[in-house]
Ligand binder design. Structure first.
Ligand code: NAP
Length: 331
């Protein structure tokens, strides 16, 4: 099957450090035919790294090229909508980084536009493809912990201005709601929705501990889900002195504990089951899904609809924090 001719728009951290390693492993599926970055140095550097792939400074020029049939959009979040919209209009398949857009109005518009086209659009929410969460889902489906009833996810971290992510100006002064808690938290929401189905209501508080990295940087979210799993998700990006990333899932006959790529299954009648799940955080799987969507006409897992649903939860949580009330989600 023919390789997909891919144009990369945005030659920053995600494109260079997350997408490129996956694309290098998928050279039988993708050929990078053009690059775009509005400032030349980054475009030139990546071009050199890739053996002088042509580059442009204006993405509209890339969209005119017949050498590009699909785009990989890795831009500041507030640009996702416009660039995805223009790409679809120019007949390009779209792989766009998460969150799908900066707000719900844009997310609904891009969903309609992509559904009205015969092009593939994939929201690059890599947590939907991470093997450790897919494995937890499989174990729950097999009944290994009985009926799941609660979940707790603690993500405690310290992001300072030394972090490469916090150094990006668009994160320090976000043109989208929720700053780091939406940029990062949308990943966890995607995984929680995949594991437990749609959220029916949320109650949250947010804080800004270190406004220099963008505000807010701290959120505690309580949720109820359609499947009957209730939970708490704490995402704290300015924790000094302690680090944690642990998801606990409680069921009527056991518990699952996930720490990074390590999964543990515990109950009182059997020995603990521990598995280290090999994973590249889902980047290869999401590009493979994109390729199969284009070449094999398979429905992709991470659709704009899923991206919209993830964003709805984040926006509802921010609304709850602002109003100090719980917010219902309708489906
Ligand atoms: P970044 O390093 O700032 O990369 C964005 C790039 O876009 C920069 O090189 C920037 O150039 C360029 N750019 C800005 N405006 C442009 C325009 N109008 N036309 C062309 N290029 C333009 O940010 P990032 O960390 O890579 O994040 C990019 C996206 O990836 C975001 O959606 C983020 O949420 C996502 N992301 C996902 C993950 C994941 O695990 N899935 C991880 C990190 C990021 P300048 O820097 O020169 O302005």
């Amino acid at each position: 099957m023919k390789k997909v001719k891919l144009g990369i728009i945005g030659c920053g951290i995600a494109a260079r450090e997350l997408h490129l390693p996956a694309l290098r492993k998928l050279q039988d599926k993708f050929e990078i035919t053009m690059l775009c970055n509005h400032t030349e140095q980054k475009a030139r550097d990546l071009s050199e790294q890739l053996g002088r792939v042509p580059y442009v400074l204006d993405y509209r020029e890339l969209l005119e090229s017949s050498e590009v049939e699909a785009v990989d959009i890795a831009l500041p979040i507030h640009l996702n909508f416009k660039v995805a919209k223009d790409s679809l209009l120019k007949g390009k398949h779209v792989f766009v980084e998460k969150p799908v857009t900066a707000n719900l109005r844009e997310a609904r518009k891009i969903l309609s536009q992509s559904e009205a086209s015969d092009l593939v659009m994939l929201v690059a929410e890599n947590f939907r493809y991470r093997k450790v969460y897919l494995r937890a889902k499989e174990l729950m489906k097999k009944g290994k912990i009985g009926k799941p009833y609660a979940a707790m996810w603690d993500l405690f971290n310290q992001v300072t201005l030394n972090s490469k992510y916090a150094k990006t100006k668009w994160r320090q002064h976000p043109k989208y709601p929720g700053a780091f808690v939406s940029d990062g938290g949308v990943h966890n929401v995607a995984a929680l929705r995949m594991l437990f189905g749609e959220f029916t209501s949320v109650k949250a508080f947010t804080k800004s501990i270190n406004p220099k990295i963008g505000s807010p940087d701290t959120m505690s979210l309580q949720f109820r889900s359609q499947s009957g799993v209730d939970g708490v998700f704490n995402i704290f990006y300015s924790v000094d002195g302690y680090w944690e990333n642990r998801l606990l899932i409680f069921g009527s006959r056991g518990s699952i504990i996930i720490q990074e790529n390590k999964l543990m299954l515990k109950n009182n009648s059997e020995d603990d089951y521990i598995e280290e799940v090999e994973d590249d955080n889902g980047y290869i799987a999401e590009f493979t899904d994109f390729y199969n969507g284009i070449r094999k006409k398979k429905k992709v897992l991470s659709t704009p609809h899923e991206g919209l649903k993830d964003l709805e939860v984040i926006i509802a949580a921010l609304k709850s924090a602002e109003s100090n009330r719980s917010v219902s989600l309708t489906h």
